[in-house]
Design a protein around this ligand. Structure first.
Ligand code: PEP
Ligand code: MG
Length: 566
């Protein structure tokens, strides 16, 4: 690249990386259709079967590598892909297409995967978009074997930043290790498996940057800003030096912050828990000093499965997490099928209700291992929360295990639909605790798509702040514990406002815990409360942000600047 080029994407894994571009697999394969005659069908089927078996071996090897590096708890990510290698809708359907349509395996596989992806892609929910990507990833592995290609290997000369259209999780396991120091992908989302692995391995990543120019070459200097979601290709020497300084400062900061406290300047202790998606994150949550798990997104257990895991399978996973975290509390959220569409237990019909009961049984049974709470997402009416509570009682009464039947676990709800915040005092009569989800609350309040990269400022909109204030005030009046687990708490500027509004419990992604604690230690709550009051009079989220940055500069300016946040 001759002059620096800058790209904006989704900040998927925090930190700063400086390295040489390593462009991998950006070319999109377009298989052509080749008709085969009857005599060639069996050899084509055998060729496809070989590709499936070799591809499965690749994923097994990635699973082993993941287990060697991070223990067995990481296996579920790869199990999802292994299962897909035996999936009738994908594998058998491709063989059928080869046989019936008399076409080459590449073409049959492409047709089948496009057909499977179509209904998923039509659904705007990030969850279903990601499931479509899982299919795409398996297709990529199978195609590679059909076409006789090797996986690209990271360059060994110096720190590398991988630039890819997408990276399958199995490739991520092999490639997100030294000398790779950063990752940039054209597609992807914060919740994709590859993004989760980047966070797990501590590799700064920006995903979903959109189509990158073809003239990015290996050895261009690339800067990855995993805080702001920015990528610079062909950086100048000055930019490179500045990024290296930020990178070194951040890693020194992380080391120093491992065991610090979360007490504000005026001596108020704030509880900082972790949001987790997979059991594998528990180890890191403990290492970062999480005071509990404030949001366990259980739907991640169901990735790429047509049905949730059985009660026993869930029980085993939940028990492991609860006993590892004990005596700290783990808040299990029941399956949130769609992050951006209301689809609650009764909307799913009898099947959904049965799944929910299976899950509640597993959580009730796991609660004897330690401190457990259960909460429901997307609650919009008092009536449906009462129904959800009644369902818990129904499950409890149906259990044969006496200990599980007598388990006294708090039953709470997410406050993430505006109606729940508006009627928070009514909900507080029924819920044992609230967990405020700012991602969906902003989305539903402002009719602004949470997947839009510009939406990160939106929880700061005065309308959302008003709802956040209502929720915390109602909770305090009713002495109902109320935490904030949406991404507003993970934003080092917005967090100050949450504290100013009165939130004293937060739950944030594991990698953000050290930074959140440092912000808390620098905040004076009286000053933050005054800023929150004035923020209500602003006209936009951007104005609120500027106000916080300006008014809290004396307390937090140095930290924000040091970490490159403002
Ligand atoms: C939220 O909506 O803020 C939240 C924490 O839930 P999720 O991001 O899982 O939808
Ligand atoms: Mg939500």
């Amino acid at each position: 690249m001759t002059s620096p080029a800058r790209f904006k994407g989704i900040a998927a894994s925090i930190g700063v990386a400086v390295g040489l571009a390593r462009v991998v697999g950006r070319e999109r394969r377009r298989p052509s259709c080749r008709q085969i005659d009857d005599t060639a069908i069996s050899s084509e089927l055998a060729r496809f079967a070989r590709a499936v078996s070799n591809s499965r071996a690749d994923i097994e090897s990635a699973k082993q590598e993941l287990t060697d590096r991070h223990g067995s708890t990481y296996a579920p990510i790869m199990d999802v892909y292994l299962l897909m290698h035996g999936d009738a809708l994908l594998i058998d359907a491709t063989s059928d297409a080869i046989r019936n349509d008399k076409v080459n395996a590449e073409w049959a596989l492409s047709r089948v995967t496009e057909r499977l992806k179509k209904p998923l892609l039509e659904d705007p929910s990030p969850y279903f978009q990601e499931r479509a990507r899982d299919i795409e990833h398996v297709r990529e592995h199978l195609m590679r074997h059909l076409c006789g290609e090797q996986r690209s290997e990271p360059s060994t000369d110096g720190p590398a930043v991988l630039i890819a259209h997408d990276l399958t999780p199995a490739d991520a396991v092999h490639m997100l290790a030294p000398p790779t120091v950063g990752l940039v992908t054209e597609v992807g989302a914060e919740s994709s498996h590859t993004a989760i692995l980047a966070r797990t391995f501590g590799v700064p990543a920006v995903v979903g940057v959109g189509p990158l120019p073809a003239d990015i070459e290996d050895d261009d200097v690339v800067l990855v800003d995993g805080f702001a979601g920015e990528v610079t290709v062909g950086a100048s020497p000055e930019e490179r030096r500045a990024a290296e300084t930020r990178r070194d400062r951040f890693s020194a900061f992380l080391k120093a912050e491992r065991s610090t406290s979360a007490v504000t300047r005026d001596g108020v202790s704030i509880s900082v828990a972790a949001n987790v998606e997979l059991p594998s994150e528990v180890e890191a949550a403990l290492a970062h000093g999480a005071e509990g798990i404030g949001l366990y997104r259980t739907e991640f257990m169901c990735l790429s499965r047509r049905e949730p895991p059985s009660e026993e399978e869930q029980l085993e996973a939940y028990r492991g997490v609860v006993s590892a975290m004990a005596p700290r509390q783990v808040v299990f959220r029941t399956f949130d099928w769609r992050g951006d569409k209301r689809l609650r237990a009764h909307d799913l019909g009898e099947r959904g209700r049965a799944w929910l009961k299976t899950q509640i049984n597993a959580v009730l049974r796991a609660s004897s291992e330690g401190s457990v709470a259960l909460m429901f997402p997307m609650v919009a009416t008092v009536e449906e929360f009462c129904e959800a509570r009644a369902l818990v009682e129904e499950c409890r009464n149906g259990l044969s295990d006496e200990r599980a039947r007598s388990a006294q676990l708090p039953i709470g709800m997410m406050v993430e639909v505006p109606s729940a915040a508006l009627l928070a005092e009514r909900f507080a009569e029924h819920a044992d605790f609230f967990a405020v989800g700012t991602n969906d609350l902003a989305h539903y309040t402002l009719a602004f798509d949470r997947r839009d990269s510009r939406s990160s400022a939106k929880p700061l909109d005065p309308a959302v702040l008003g709802l956040l204030q209502r929720a915390i005030t109602a909770a305090s009046d009713a002495q109902t514990p109320c935490s904030m687990c949406g991404d507003m708490a993970a934003d080092p500027v917005a967090l100050c406002l949450a504290l100013g509004l009165g939130y004293r419990q937060i739950s944030v992604p594991v990698s953000v815990i050290p930074l959140a604690r440092a912000v808390i230690r620098n905040v004076d709550l009286q000053v933050a409360a005054a800023v929150a009051g004035d923020a209500m009079k602003c006209v936009s989220a951007d104005e609120v942000r500027a106000l916080v940055v300006d008014r809290l500069d004396a307390q937090l300016g140095a930290l924000w600047k040091e970490q490159g946040i403002v």
